[in-house]
Design a protein around this ligand. Structure first.
Ligand code: ARG
Length: 463
């Protein structure tokens, strides 16, 4: 009776004993890097075609390899592939399966290549695709924001500084501030993609290879815009992953701030918006509760994305050139970052168009907060009073309003004139919320006409 043998290691030649069982599991990455199977197979096919083109493989061998790899992809996608921890990672699992399927030709695939340049290529292909998908979700969210901003271009609300009512703004203008952040995030994703989209394959283990590889042909097949300049850097560089985690951190920081406002605004104390029921949950004990779980979770998930950025930075800080096994630890933080950002963007893109704005409450809140006090000061400046003096006069008028619980627009003309005889009946036009926002019609201002112009410009953000 023969005991079943574990699969032989592709690197087993110089070893005199098998790997310790715990070490085998401890060093394996196949549990998480199998997610790279498509990229790994695409990279291998491009490599094989190139090897045939430069005469290292015969056309027949290349065909066998390509057919074999296509079949393996189908096996994986049908859930029929048996991943083996003994074979360590996605690369050796697929290669071993190829040899099992097609024999001799399969053993030639790894000519002129190392897992070091192979894995760097796989992650770059993966991240490039991930970035493209994230830009798609970001654009969906931007579209929803723009539509909502358009609907609420005339809606009045208090603008805040120090979370105290400051000046009236339009709801659409506030939303367009979120949009401005997302536009920068989008630019950063595109910029990051440029440095992701560089081909490492051809660097081999670290020093390049003796075979006459046609790297440009590989790059062309895989859609890479450039080829790495230095083989040592090619296998050891993970800057692109760190940059991505930094971009992701900014995206989540923005979504987290946005979340914080949605949480505040949907509270009974603010009551500016209602989130759709399908994005909220209840309490198991308090029957009245409707909790803004989605924004809260997005705010919470921001922490793990920052954590991933710090993990990746720390992972790289002490590594000597070139490849080190440490690099295997890049994948989980990177994958988690992609998944988390994708989930948060998706949740927001789905939720934002369904936000119900309680216009009367927003308006009432601005009215109660003396939001037009600055407008009264500016009115007095137009009548010839220095701004500092105007500020003092209006401060006294506000104090009266606070004592009496009345907004400035509810003080009588006689009352207002007791603070300055220059005040006339036309003052009420500037004390209204509508008058206040309409007057701020400079580029980038809160006047409804400016908000509509900003929305129109934003709809044509170039790709
Ligand atoms: N699983 C490895 C990783 O993720 C692949 C590269 C292994 N290279 C090596 N020389 N052991 O980094």
């Amino acid at each position: 009776m023969s005991v079943p043998q574990p699969p032989a290691k592709p690197w087993g030649g110089r070893f005199s004993e098998g790997t310790d069982a715990f070490v085998e599991a401890f060093t394996a990455s196949v549990g998480f890097d199998q997610r790279l199977y498509r990229q790994d197979i695409a990279g291998s096919i491009a490599h094989a075609r190139m090897l045939a083109r430069v005469g290292v493989l015969s056309a027949a061998e290349c065909e066998q390899i390509v057919t074999g790899l296509d079949a393996i992809r189908a096996e994986i996608e049908a859930g029929r592939f048996e991943w083996s921890v003994a074979l360590e990672d996605v690369h050796m699992n697929i290669e071993a399966r190829l040899v099992a399927r097609i024999g001799e030709a399969g053993k030639k695939l790894h000519t002129g290549r190392s897992r070091n340049d192979q894995v760097a290529t796989d992650i770059r292909l993966y991240l490039r695709e991930a970035i493209d998908a994230l830009v798609g979700e970001l654009d969906r969210l931007r579209g929803g924001l723009l539509d909502l901003a358009e609907r609420e271009a005339d809606t009045l609300m208090p603008g805040f500084t120090h979370l105290q009512v400051a000046q009236p703004v339009t709801f659409g203008h506030h939303l367009m501030a979120w949009h401005a952040m997302l536009v920068r995030d989008r630019e950063r994703l595109h910029d990051c993609r440029r440095r992701v989209n560089v081909l490492p394959l051809g660097a081999a283990a670290l020093a390049g290879t003796v075979y006459p590889l046609d790297r440009a042909y590989v790059a062309e097949q895989l859609g890479f815009a450039a080829i790495s300049e230095n083989s040592l850097d090619a296998v050891s560089d993970r800057d692109f992953a760190i940059e991505f985690a930094a971009v992701a951190s900014l995206i989540l920081m923005h979504l987290s701030r946005f979340s914080e406002e949605l949480v505040l605004w949907s509270s009974a104390q603010f009551d500016f918006i209602a989130l759709p029921d399908r994005f909220c949950t209840g309490s198991s004990i308090m029957p009245q509760k409707k909790n803004p779980d989605v924004p809260e979770l997005v705010r919470g998930k921001t922490g793990r994305v920052y954590g991933n950025l710090v993990s990746l930075l720390t992972l790289m800080k002490a590594q000597p050139l070139a490849y080190n096994k440490d690099n295997q630890e890049d994948k989980e933080p990177l994958f988690d970052t992609v998944d988390t950002v994708a989930g948060c963007l998706r949740a927001f893109a789905d939720m934002v168009p369904a936000i119900e704005v309680k216009r009367d409450n927003c308006r009432e809140s601005a009215r109660r907060g003396f939001a037009t006090a600055t407008d009264l000061a500016d009115y007095l400046v137009r009548k010839g009073i220095a701004f500092r003096d105007a500020h003092e006069i209006v401060g006294k008028a506000v104090a009266l309003g606070v004592r009496e619980g009345r907004d400035l627009s509810l003080l009588s003309l006689a009352e207002l004139q007791s603070f300055s005889p220059l005040i006339e009946a036309d003052v009420y036009a500037v004390l209204t919320l509508e008058g206040s926002v309409a007057a701020r019609r400079g580029y980038g201002g809160t006047a409804p006409e400016q908000v509509r112009a900003a929305i129109a410009r934003a709809r044509s953000v170039p790709n």
